[in-house]
Design a protein around this ligand. Structure first.
Ligand code: ZN
Length: 92
């Protein structure tokens, strides 16, 4: 079971659902987010990417393909499925 390390970040907003995002959990390491790290919205499951200033930018199609077909893809799908299940349970 991976250790999830929580980090407070500057206030961002999900690019898809607009919810406030001011924290990140690192599923690979203990460090906080860095440029190029993938972010998954806990509210809607949308993937985005941290910039140098720890803002969020949309993930390109090529980046999404690379992540989802790489070693992290299975975990990303698991998390997106769990997020979708939580949304369904909340009725949103
Ligand atoms: Zn979202």
């Amino acid at each position: 079971m991976p250790e999830f390390n929580e980090h407070l970040t500057k206030m961002n907003h999900c690019l898809a659902c607009g919810k406030d995002l001011d924290g990140a959990m690192n599923v690979d390491d203990t460090r906080g987010p860095q440029e190029g790290d993938v972010s998954i919205c806990i509210y809607c499951g949308t993937l985005s990417v941290f910039t140098k200033d720890i803002d969020l930018r949309p993930m390109t199609f090529e980046e999404e393909y690379e992540v989802m077909s790489g070693p992290s893809g299975k975990r990303m799908r698991f998390l997106q499925d769990r997020i979708q299940a939580m949304r369904h349970a909340r009725g949103s």
